[in-house]
Write a protein that binds this ligand. Structure first.
Ligand SMILES: [Zn+2]
Length: 77
């Protein structure tokens, strides 16, 4: 078991403790647990940004194809 100093009260706290037993400050373990949700939030933002970009590009492509088709149909009359 590795003991690390609590950042709030400087007491030795187990590295695996979720919170300091003396002051309740979140420990290293909870920090480590917090990294994954933080990364997935970043990844989620990235993915949704890509999805928005894709949706915009898709609608622009659809509109330009529709415009070309309408122009062709009107020109062949
Ligand atoms: Zn503490």
């Amino acid at each position: 078991m590795v003991l690390v100093p609590c950042p709030a009260c400087d007491r030795r706290v187990s590295e695996k403790a979720l919170a300091s037993p003396s002051c309740g400050h979140p420990g290293r373990a909870s920090e480590r647990h917090g990294v994954v949700p933080a990364l997935s939030r970043v990844a989620g933002t990235y993915v949704s940004a890509n999805a928005v970009t894709g949706a915009i590009l898709g609608s622009v492509m659809f509109l330009s194809v529709a415009a070309v088709l309408i122009t062709l149909i009107l020109a062949h009359r």
